[in-house]
Design a protein around this ligand. Structure first.
Ligand code: 5GP
Length: 206
């Protein structure tokens, strides 16, 4: 019996620290964990690298990918489109890997419908005031964009109830530990771990 991969969806308001959490979680997972690289029509920010942080594309290129069924899910967020290329996700899951999607709540909803085995985690800031402080400190957005993201954040927080798990990112190390614990427990669920029983039985027979 093959070892099944795990699809982990992480959503939460922009600025709540998802990116930092994910990079620390990936450090812990080593060769077993991958972050899906999304496609977006939003402009590249200062230190971002095309093909690493995102695939930066034009609206026309994005639409072509959608029309050719190359996206697992996609959504509009603010003025831009974001989507998950389906190929790499399916390939990595078939190899038994842990694949993390860092996506907003509309995408989370679509993945829930398309891939019900996905484990969905909502990451929330300790408060809206703290979220605003983090967005200002990040210094990548105009005041207008920050206000827009704070409005979206309030709508996103209302979607937390649809997620399997909720993690509050107050102390970073604790949030990372929480997510690693969820991943560990999910990997032990019967539907993901039956290959272990086959291994036990094969071992007994040999
Ligand atoms: P940012 O512009 O800050 O990088 O991302 C804005 C929002 O888009 C974040 O909430 C992020 O999780 C979400 N996002 C990034 N990639 C995808 C994607 O492939 N699909 C969806 N639905 N949302 C995404």
């Amino acid at each position: 019996m093959r070892k099944e991969g795990l699809l982990i969806v992480l959503s939460g308001p922009s600025g709540c620290g998802k990116d930092t959490i994910i990079s620390q979680v990936l450090n812990h997972l080593g060769d077993d964990g991958f972050l899906s690289v999304s496609m977006t029509t939003r402009p590249r920010r200062g230190t971002e690298i095309d093909g690493v942080d995102y695939y930066f594309v034009t609206p026309e290129q994005f639409r072509e990918n959608v029309e050719n069924d190359l996206m697992l899910e996609y959504a509009q967020y603010g003025a831009n489109f974001y989507g998950t290329p389906v190929g790499p996700v399916k390939h990595l899951l078939a190899q038994g890997k842990i694949v993390i999607l860092n996506i907003e709540v509309q995408g989370g909803k679509n993945v829930r419908r398309l891939m019900p085995d996905a484990i969905e985690i909502f990451v929330a800031p300790p408060s809206l005031q703290e979220l605003e402080r983090r967005l200002i400190n990040r210094g990548t957005e105009s005041r207008d964009a920050i206000d827009r993201r704070l409005l979206i954040a309030q709508a996103e927080l209302r979607c937390a109830a649809d997620y399997d798990y909720i993690v509050i990112n107050d102390v970073l190390e604790d949030a990372v530990e929480d997510i690693l614990a969820i991943i560990r427990a999910s990997g032990l669920k019967q539907e993901h771990a039956m290959h272990r029983i086959s291994e036990v039985m094969n071992h007994a027979e040999s």
